[in-house]
Design a protein around this ligand. Structure first.
Ligand SMILES: *Cc1c(COP(=O)(O)O)cnc(C)c1O
Length: 362
């Protein structure tokens, strides 16, 4: 069997979830959209199920997968419904629903529902993607209440720049939110991972009725570009690994791989690893991107191809055929690989495919 695989450490997932709760002092919806950022939504949800306050997903298809796996905890649809006729299933599956637009409120007014709908009413406090304008927010809240079909309404917004620790933007968004929600006493949900980890001073701990929405931090990757104290406590959940399937000894001056992107400057031992961009390893990772070979640091060389990539074994005389290679995991951080490739850990996790997901701790 091809040795490429992703090991998923569910104990680390649980530890990261607890950290989100601990540092926020709030309840936490574990964000498991996009197949739990590539980590396997059902298995991750099952691992958190006994302690979780709820889950969040991007669409009803993702929620249905969890309900079909007997996940009974609350599940929030982060963009609500895309078409009015989803409301029947939302009702039947007892899902929580973001409302971000007037047309969704109108649809709820017209809907025949069996039970009170839990709505997370989203305000656009400055990201300018989705959400009701602050000036329209109180009226939308009251209109939802007046439908008689809604139970709890949670006040919600989303930060655009919480990962930029020197930006005043999160403060400004919070101020806009607080200003517009005056007079509405309800539970509040504002924080994604960077806001949980990076902005604790904006959210004094007494707000235990609040909700946070950790995503990337659950999977143990930092949302920040620079080192950060709380992010340093995260435990990487995924280890993407494979093995060396071929070894070449090259003299100086020889090219390696497509496009001769690497030319040996000295006699070089090249290891070929069964891992490529068809597995989700970023094609744009350049020569020098860190890898770990049998526990020792080395580097990618040459261009990543579809099913294989090449690494430098010159300083690792013990390494060879069958050596284990960590592409990212506990030692080589996914955030570092992503930065080398000009992207973010979110994307390299979501891009994962073809490799089997293995859950060693059940
Ligand atoms: C994806 C998402 C999150 C999680 O964001 P992270 O940065 O991964 O923590 C939180 N809230 C909303 C609305 C989202 O869409």
């Amino acid at each position: 069997m091809r040795p490429a695989r992703a090991l998923i450490d569910l104990n680390a997932l649980r530890a990261n979830y607890r950290l989100a709760r601990e540092v926020s002092g709030a309840r936490a919806l574990a964000v498991v959209k996009a197949d739990a950022y590539g980590h396997g939504a059902v298995r991750c949800a099952q691992a958190l199920h006994d302690e979780v306050d709820g889950f969040a997903v991007a669409c009803i298809e993702e929620a249905m997968e969890l309900r079909a796996a007997a996940i009974a905890a609350p599940i929030l649809l982060l963009e609500g419904f895309f078409e009015t006729d989803e409301l029947g299933l939302i009702d039947q599956l007892d899902l929580w629903c973001v409302v971000h637009s007037l047309w969704q409120i109108e649809a709820i007014e017209r809907a025949a529902l069996q039970r009170p709908l839990t709505v997370w009413l989203k305000m656009d406090s400055g990201m300018h993607r989705v959400g009701l304008h602050p000036a329209d927010y109180p009226a939308a809240y009251r209109r939802l209440q007046a439908t008689g079909k809604v139970g709890k309404i949670v006040l919600m917004s989303h930060f655009a720049r919480a990962d930029e620790l020197d930006s005043p933007r999160s403060n400004e968004q919070l101020a806009a939110f607080e200003q517009a929600r005056q007079g509405l006493s309800a539970e509040v949900s504002l924080r994604n991972s960077p806001a949980i980890l990076g902005w604790p001073e904006l959210f004094p701990q007494q707000q235990s009725s609040d909700w946070v929405r950790p995503g990337i931090m659950l999977y143990g990757a930092t949302p920040f570009e620079q080192p950060q104290a709380l992010a340093a406590r995260l435990q990487p959940v995924m280890t993407l690994e494979s093995k060396i399937i071929s070894v070449r000894e090259l003299p100086a001056g020889e090219p390696v791989g497509y496009g001769a992107r690497f030319i040996s400057e000295r006699p070089t031992r090249v290891g070929v690893v069964a891992m490529g961009y068809a597995d989700g390893y970023p094609r744009h990772a350049p020569t020098g991107t860190p890898v770990l070979i049998d526990g020792q640091a080395s580097r990618l060389i040459g261009r990543v191809s579809m099913d294989m990539l090449t690494v430098d074994l010159s300083d690792l005389p013990q390494a060879g055929l069958g050596s284990r290679v960590e592409l990212w995991g506990k030692h080589v951080l996914a955030s570092d690989v992503a930065a080398q490739a000009g992207t973010i850990p979110y994307q390299i996790f979501c891009n994962l495919r073809r490799v089997p997901l293995i859950y060693p701790h059940g």
